[in-house]
Design a protein around this ligand. Structure first.
Ligand code: GDP
Ligand code: MG
Length: 303
């Protein structure tokens, strides 16, 4: 399956509800007036695009409509797509410039961290990178086992500790192994106990300290994994995690199972956290680098 069709398939539910809502609004108007903008704003908010972002998008739309003297509602759709596409445009690449580089994967339980690490490891490996995994979610033994299955599937090594071991010590061991093996990328899993913010903060700070001390000049990505099916709750999680760590990018998972994909727009524009990858299924190749243009096109059912 091609790159675009993967995104397009993953966005099917979102697209159906999104384009449905937009078409509903546009077909109800014969001219472009203030009432149209208000209905459109409402439809955007219903599509999990946050209130601020929806207002902002409609503000830009008003300006363009005025500037280009648009009177036909049928032309609004394309303008809306362009505005959303521009809003989503960001530096979506991973910056892994040193050998080794580090990717720390954080997020609450069940959002898809471990699965994302498996997919990411496979992707980086096929790019010719030597990858090593660190099983720093030591909270449950099952978490290490699950990461181990992905490590095996991808044919990459994994460093782990006993259940309940200090996550930072697993990170330390993984960094040491990576240095001696000459690995390119270290990917570390973590436990996601957001309900205990103090613990989480301490744990992430300790892990960051270890990485900073052992690899002071390394490129480091801290990827926050969010489950798209949780809609605005995902936005709240991004705010919470953003307050305890420096997040360099978002991985938005489970887009395939939800109509709430509009949340990408909110995360990108309201939180200034670039979405770098989207998860569109449970298989190893179901992780796609985020591309603003393609995403916007996928949202509006255009190729
Ligand atoms: P973690 O607790 O954050 O490590 O989450 P896991 O990686 O264990 O994933 C939790 C569940 O979400 C698993 O059943 C995964 O197969 C599923 N999952 C992860 N990413 C995706 C995705 O992009 N699409 C779908 N449909 N399921 C996903
Ligand atoms: Mg996990």
């Amino acid at each position: 399956m091609g790159f675009f069709s993967k995104i397009a398939n993953g966005l099917k539910k979102t697209r159906d509800s999104f384009t449905g809502a937009i078409s509903n609004v546009l077909s109800g108007f014969t001219k472009v007036d203030e009432e149209l903008f208000e209905s459109l704003e409402e439809a955007l908010v219903m599509s999990d695009i946050g209130v601020h972002t929806a207002m902002d998008i409609c503000g830009q739309l008003r300006e363009r409509v005025k500037k280009e003297s648009v009177t036909d509602p049928a032309l609004i759709r394309g303008m809306l797509r362009d505005i959303i596409s521009e809003k989503l445009d960001c530096d979506c690449r991973l910056h892994l410039d040193t050998k080794p580089s580090v990717i720390l994967v954080i997020g609450v339980n069940g959002v898809g961290k471990t699965t994302t690490i498996g997919k990411l490891a496979s992707r980086l490996k096929s790019d010719g990178k030597k990858v090593i995994l660190g099983a720093a979610d030591t909270f449950r033994a099952a978490a290490t086992e699950q990461l181990g299955i992905w490590a095996e599937r991808c044919g990459v090594p994994m460093i782990s500790g006993a259940e309940g071991a200090d996550p930072a010590s697993v990170v330390y061991d993984t960094v040491a192994a990576a240095k001696s093996r000459g690995d390119d990328v270290i990917i570390c899993d973590t436990a996601g106990r957001l309900h205990n913010k103090k613990n989480l903060m301490d744990e992430l700070a300790k892990i960051s300290r270890i990485i900073g001390r052992e690899l002071p000049d390394a490129s480091k990505e801290t990827l926050l994994v969010l489950d798209a099916t949780t809609g605005q709750n995902a936005v709240n999680q991004a705010r919470e995690f953003g307050s305890v760590s420096d997040i360099s990018g978002i991985v938005l998972t489970k887009l395939d199972g939800t109509a709430r994909g509009g949340v990408v727009v909110t995360i990108n524009s309201e939180l200034s956290m670039p979405v770098k990858f989207v998860g569109v299924g449970e298989q190893i190749d179901d992780l796609q680098p985020f591309d603003a243009k393609q995403f916007a096109a996928g949202l509006f059912d255009e190729e």
